[in-house]
Design a protein around this ligand. Structure first.
Ligand SMILES: NC(=O)CC[C@H](N)C(=O)O
Length: 231
């Protein structure tokens, strides 16, 4: 399966996302923001980083990059898309996911190992997890506070669109401890923490109680390969 990873000026985690795809058993394809070509990939990852220097709002300019026109079209037709951190910011700025992301409540960049609960496994990117599974993966961002108006928040909760929720600590003041969302169809998922940094034993955060030290993020990349194989 060919999984595209789009690089923007200022992307940081595109190489790690490609590596995560490879470790999960997929073929990573490097895509470029200024192209109008998704090269026929089976899925796309929007990686973390500081696209366009985080000017205006994180992800705001990237959401208007040339390749995003094709990506929005393809996502609306069912292409699996995962947005990680800056990629999640691009997804909300593109209106592929509802709500918005603003400065962390404390006003500071936060970097920590973060516990999460997988709230919805009915998506292309979470089906390899157990329902309500607890995972620990790195978090590192400055604009991670999830916001939405009351009506949108009610709809998100009512329709089960929360994919991940913060456990233990809410690191940024996100409403309802929301760490990540899915769209109605389940092909588009975005989250602030970074699964691509927790795919190799010994490198991700330690979770010795479950004997899976450091690879809690791998399930997202395994999920998309599994759902593509079943499609
Ligand atoms: N790790 C990231 O992708 C960071 C995203 C964005 N630049 C922020 O600080 O919020």
């Amino acid at each position: 399966m060919r999984v595209g990873v789009i690089t923007f000026p200022g992307s940081l985690d595109d190489r790690d996302a490609q590596r995560a795809v490879e470790i999960a058993g997929g073929t990573p394809i490097a895509l470029w923001h200024a192209d109008h070509d998704l090269q026929g990939v089976d899925a796309v990852v929007l990686p973390g980083g500081f696209s366009y220097g985080d000017y205006l709002r994180c992800g705001a300019i990237a959401s208007r990059a040339p390749i995003m026109a094709e990506l929005k079209d393809a996502a609306n037709k069912g292409l699996p898309v995962l947005g990680i951190c800056n990629g999640f910011q691009m997804l909300v700025e593109s209106h592929l996911l509802p709500g918005g992301l603003i400065r962390n409540a404390g006003g500071r960049f936060v970097c920590r190992d973060q516990r999460l609960r997988v709230e919805n496994i009915d998506t292309a990117w979470t089906n390899a997890y157990e329902q309500d599974e607890e995972i620990t993966i790195p978090l590192k961002n400055g604009e991670g506070a999830y916001i939405a108006d009351d009506e949108t928040l009610k709809r998100i909760e009512g329709e089960g669109l929360v994919a991940f929720r913060y456990l233990g600590v809410n690191p940024n003041g996100s409403l309802n401890d929301i760490a990540g969302l899915r769209n109605e169809r389940g092909n588009v998922v975005g989250l602030m923490p970074h699964p691509e940094h927790a795919v190799e034993p010994g490198f991700g955060p330690d979770t010795p109680e479950r004997m899976r030290s450091g690879i809690d993020g791998l399930g997202m990349f395994a999920s998309v390969l599994r759902s593509l194989a079943q499609a």
